[in-house]
Design a protein around this ligand. Structure first.
Ligand SMILES: Cc1cc2nc3c(=O)[nH]c(=O)nc-3n(C[C@H](O)[C@H](O)[C@H](O)COP(=O)(O)O)c2cc1C
Length: 262
């Protein structure tokens, strides 16, 4: 396994957006890294531009300098704190092991880019920067998005995990009782920042009471109360005419309540 530099907040973090669903994670990550004072070197694939438009109505220009201006202003970056590089910008510092970022995150990460990294292809600057991170023993976090995973995806992830790459699927926990999509995004981004040793308070930690006092019994009773509230919200829907659970009504009519007729 490669040695990785943990527990040191990185000065420079490379972030790559690729064309998988989950662009809100990537953007929030960049925002939080900048707010934490890190320098961010941003890379993005062509399909990431499509996904940004499709998921967030965000037009990521093809010129890196324009993306730098757009996101720099949006997130209030200091001059030089956000640098954006093109896919074929081979003279960018992170193309070489002599000047890599302190850490790198691919978020969201497609199965295609993940496979290329696992195979060491280095066909564009994202793949090359990841290859450099692995060979130089810098923390590399991939946030892969696909469902279900095929055996190909799983084998690629296992290969990378064995090299010390962190495979961090965007799987928000529900034990924090998220109320908004932003809460769920922050859950995932917090876990990425944790891997990078960037201090953050984006999510309530397991074992910490909302009141802040944090004794075990208080946490437990609060969790119980919230559990009851959740139970109320997920009670089965009831058919207005008969009062029977909707799932039973659909099943009697020969229709699968999970979608699709039997
Ligand atoms: C709107 C949209 C959503 C996509 N979502 C995913 C996804 O969640 N996971 C994935 O692996 N590929 C997804 N793809 C397919 C990849 O973008 C495609 O395989 C692409 O070639 C990956 O290139 P890249 O890794 O250089 O971005 C999506 C494509 C589009 C247009």
């Amino acid at each position: 396994m490669i040695p990785t530099r943990r527990n040191v907040c990185p000065e420079t973090v490379a972030v790559a957006f690729t064309g998988a669903s989950g662009m809100p994670y990537g953007l929030r990550l960049v925002e939080c890294l900048l707010a934490a004072g890190c320098t961010v070197w941003l890379l993005y694939s062509q399909v990431a531009q499509i996904v940004a438009r499709q998921e967030m109505d965000l037009n990521l220009p093809s010129r890196p300098t324009e993306v730098e201006a757009l996101l720099g202003e949006r997130f209030g970056a200091r001059p030089g704190q956000l640098r954006v590089f093109g896919r074929e910008e081979w003279f960018a510092p992170l193309a070489s092991g002599s000047n890599p970022a302190d850490a790198m995150v691919v978020c969201p990460c497609t199965m295609g880019t993940l496979a290329s990294i696992a195979a060491g292809l280095s066909q564009n600057l994202i793949e090359r920067a990841a290859d450099v991170a692995i060979k130089e023993g810098r923390p590399l976090v991939l946030v892969p998005r696909e469902t279900p995973f095929s055996a190909i995806h799983l084998e690629n992830m296992l290969k990378l995990a064995r090299l010390g790459v962190v495979i961090l699927p965007p799987s928000p926990g529900f034990y924090t009782h998220p109320q908004t999509v932003e809460d769920m995004v922050d859950f995932v981004v917090a876990r990425v920042l944790d891997q990078l040793s960037v201090p953050n308070r984006l999510m309530r930690r397991w074992g910490d009471a909302e009141t802040g006092s944090g004794s075990e019994s208080e946490v437990e009773s609060e969790a119980e109360a919230q559990g009851r509230a959740l139970d109320d919200r997920v009670r089965p829907a009831v058919d207005a005419a008969t009062g029977a659970p909707v799932a039973d009504v659909l099943a009697t009519a020969g229709r699968n309540p999970l979608g699709g007729d039997r």
